[in-house]
Design a protein around this ligand. Structure first.
Ligand SMILES: O=C(O)CCC(=O)C(=O)O
Length: 288
């Protein structure tokens, strides 16, 4: 296969991507850019006041308010707490930054630092290399996975949550801290992206969500491999690749940032959980 002169990925990397459904690209982003993103995430956290969303985080009566807070977060910057972050009186049991599971889901369009980070070289070219013709940045998440409290991310595929016809979503995951088996790095099932989808998560039409089962065949998670990654490493995740991560039981933080990209020409269903109002349309990698 001929490589265009601007390609970032080598034929060997493209072969691994096609075979495994994920690709680890070391030193893709600079330590300075990663540290700037961390500072910005912590600044956003500083401005977050959990008490203002007491009903969302009230563990006694949270289902409707929590669903709403999540379902309307596709065009916002919102904060999601770890399980166990609140005591019985809905007070944080730890400092704020350590209580947060993630920030989501539109920092890449609403915050200048996140917007630039998400569109820096070589991310757009990598999307072109793996076959996107018109990639759109759909969702961003800053994941804290803090020491001792950072929870497990159970086995899933991103296509389940960000469904398009045809399938197009790809995750661009960046290690902001070194991620190791000890602090809860990701795991993935090599080649698992070649199997049919098992689930689709969608709005249920009654203000909530449902996880629709498409196949009861389990993934072969016995063949999963850890994806350890030093700061600045980019991990590409195919939309149908089963992946997840363990809890962080160590004393080291495991911050990460992930952007999910879809093909502009693919159909994006109205019952996907993440919806964008026309006031904030999706955009690609071009910077203004
Ligand atoms: O960072 C993690 O532990 C999981 C991230 C993930 O599942 C994703 O980016 O799709």
């Amino acid at each position: 296969m001929a490589m265009s002169s601007t390609s970032v990925l080598s034929p060997q990397q493209l072969e691994s991507w096609h075979d495994d459904g994920f690709l680890v690209i070391e030193q893709a982003l600079s330590p300075e850019a990663c540290e700037q993103l961390r500072r910005q995430a912590l600044m956003l956290v500083d401005s977050f006041e959990p008490a203002e969303n007491a009903t969302v985080f009230d563990t006694n009566d949270q289902s409707h308010a929590a669903d709403d807070y999540f379902l309307s977060s596709g065009d916002k910057i919102r904060f999601f707490l770890e399980d166990g972050a609140l005591d019985d009186s809905a007070r944080l049991t730890r400092p704020k930054a350590q209580s947060i599971n993630k920030i989501g889901h539109a920092m890449h369009d609403l915050d200048d630092v996140f917007a630039s980070f998400s569109r820096q070289d070589p991310l757009g070219q990598i999307c072109t290399d793996i076959g996107f013709s018109d990639p759109l940045l759909l969702q961003s998440m800053y994941i804290f996975k803090s020491p001792e409290i950072g929870g497990e991310v159970s086995w899933h595929t991103d296509h389940t949550f960000l469904w398009t016809e045809p399938q197009s979503v790809v995750g661009m995951w960046v290690a902001i801290d070194d991620a190791t088996v000890d602090n809860g790095c990701m795991w993935a099932v090599p080649g698992g992206h070649l199997e049919p989808p098992r689930f689709r998560f969608r709005r249920d039409g009654r203000g909530g969500t449902t996880m629709e089962e498409l196949s009861s065949e389990p993934w072969n998670t016995d063949s999963a491999v850890p994806i350890e990654a030093e700061q600045g490493t980019l991990v590409l995740l195919h939309g149908t690749l089963p992946h997840g991560s363990g809890p962080n039981t160590s004393d080291k933080s495991r911050h990460a940032y992930t952007v999910h990209v879809i093909e502009a020409g693919a159909d994006y269903p109205d019952d996907n959980w993440l919806q964008r109002p026309t006031s904030l349309p999706l955009s690609g990698f071009q910077t203004a």
